[in-house]
Design a protein around this ligand. Structure first.
Ligand SMILES: [Zn+2]
Length: 270
């Protein structure tokens, strides 16, 4: 038997399998898709057709993805196929059947690099870079908060900012109370000056203090709990939180004060 005949014989005994269907399943709002697919590589050249039950050469693979965008592909093999039936063959055989040199018959690009990677890869990489930078920035700021010089600077900032209106009232010199921005600016400058005295360059001190202040203003704060004032017949007022709605409490005078429902409480407070 010539090598050619051997190959033909091999092709004839190829076991044809049935391509598994392509199911789709919705999980929440994400449509998950998976199954087997065949990428067409070429038609079997006419001289090679004898004895083959299928006349197309393809690359069969399994895929998993969302919304028909492949995230993972595996189990790739060259095959001859017709419709949903395929029979695995070697790459060399695939090349011979389509009449091309072997190095021109390769795994499809989208098998090696599923579309999902191309779409989500850059997004994931970008997300990782942003997360790393964010973390680096956060740990940098955390180090500032642990630095005694910066702790003192923040204390100065806070103290100056709080104290200023009192000063202006005391001296009676100020025609008007300084606005929030001016008070902040003055307090900020005092804090920066402290850092400069401690040996930090002015630019760095300003930049870092601004970062710390930004971090502080973004920190979660407890929600103010609304309180309601209820008057007793004796003239005293009791302050209750909304949680006390519907209950009753005792005033200092001994009288019982009934706390209205939360709807009525809100209506009372206007
Ligand atoms: Zn009372």
């Amino acid at each position: 038997m010539s090598p050619r005949c051997w190959r033909r014989a091999a092709a004839i005994v190829i076991a044809y399998a049935l391509l598994s269907p392509s199911p789709a399943s919705a999980k929440g709002f994400v449509l998950v898709t998976w199954g087997d697919t065949i990428s067409h590589l070429g038609d079997v050249s006419v001289p090679n057709r004898a004895g083959l039950a299928a006349n197309k050469v393809g690359f069969k693979s399994s895929y998993f993805g969302v919304f028909w965008v492949d995230l993972w592909t595996w189990g790739g093999e060259f095959c001859v196929y017709e419709g949903n039936r395929y029979g695995p063959i070697s790459r060399a055989e695939a090349a011979r059947l389509v009449g091309k040199p072997e190095n021109e018959v390769g795994k499809p690009f989208l098998y090696r690099f599923p579309l999902g990677w191309l779409i989500f890869g850059p997004l994931i990489a970008l997300g990782v870079v942003v997360a790393v930078l964010d973390k680096r920035k956060a740990s940098g700021i955390a180090a500032l908060f642990e630095d005694a010089r910066y702790q003192k600077a923040l204390a100065i900032l806070n103290e100056r900012y709080e104290k200023q209106p009192v000063q202006s009232a005391d001296t009676q010199a100020a025609e008007r109370e300084p606005g929030h921005d001016e008070r902040f600016r003055a307090a900020f400058d005092a804090a920066v000056q402290h850092l400069v005295d401690e040996g930090v360059s002015r630019g760095e001190a300003e930049r870092n203090l601004a970062l710390m202040f930004e971090a502080l203003s973004q920190a979660p704060r407890p929600m103010p709990v609304p309180e309601f004032r209820l008057a007793c017949e004796c003239g005293k007022e009791v302050v209750v939180a909304e949680g006390a709605a519907g209950s009753s409490l005792t005033c200092e005078c001994g009288r019982t004060i009934r706390v209205p429902s939360s709807d009525k409480l809100r209506a009372l407070s206007g």
